[in-house]
Design a protein around this ligand. Structure first.
Ligand code: FMN
Length: 136
């Protein structure tokens, strides 16, 4: 089975970002990731971003290192998880990259993760997502 690469991180959003700029970033990310078969989520809450990327290793590593890490719209990128997984966590989740803007969507993701307890990182991700869900 082909290995899928995943990267999960939190970062501090540039405090000068307007809601419009965040929406633009979400739209652009969603479009790009759909085109490149990248699954995952991108959340913004309480001045932080939380992102999970899943897809082909070469593409994921490239976009993360050359674009995302260099992007001045955020800083203090803290990697939570990076590695290969045999089964993607988000592939069945509407089968697309999702940007999350409401607590209802967040609840759906939490439920999704909790229903996948056999995937080792699901439980960790679910715990990490809790503050985003409570305070959204
Ligand atoms: C928090 C954050 C997450 C991002 N995530 C993605 C992503 O998943 N996919 C993506 O294509 N660009 C993402 N970007 C944007 C990239 O840094 C970069 O602006 C974009 O890939 C450039 O795309 P282009 O070459 O098509 O203009 C993200 C930026 C930030 C600040």
């Amino acid at each position: 089975m082909n290995k899928i690469h995943t990267i999960c991180y939190v970062s501090k959003a540039n405090p000068n970002l307007t809601n419009e700029e965040i929406n633009d970033l979400f739209r652009h990310t969603e479009k790009n990731n759909r085109l490149n078969n990248v699954n995952g989520i991108l959340l913004h809450s309480l001045g932080n971003f939380f992102q999970v990327l899943e897809g082909e290793e070469k593409y994921i590593t490239n976009i993360y290192e050359k674009q995302i890490l260099e992007d001045s719209r955020h800083s203090n990128v803290f990697e939570i998880y990076k590695g290969n997984i045999s089964k993607p966590v988000f592939s069945n989740y509407l089968s697309h990259f999702q940007t999350i803007t409401t607590s209802i969507q967040l609840d759906k993701i939490r439920d999704y993760l909790e229903s996948n307890e056999k995937i080792p990182i699901s439980d960790k991700l679910s715990r990490l997502l809790r503050p985003f869900i409570i305070f959204d």
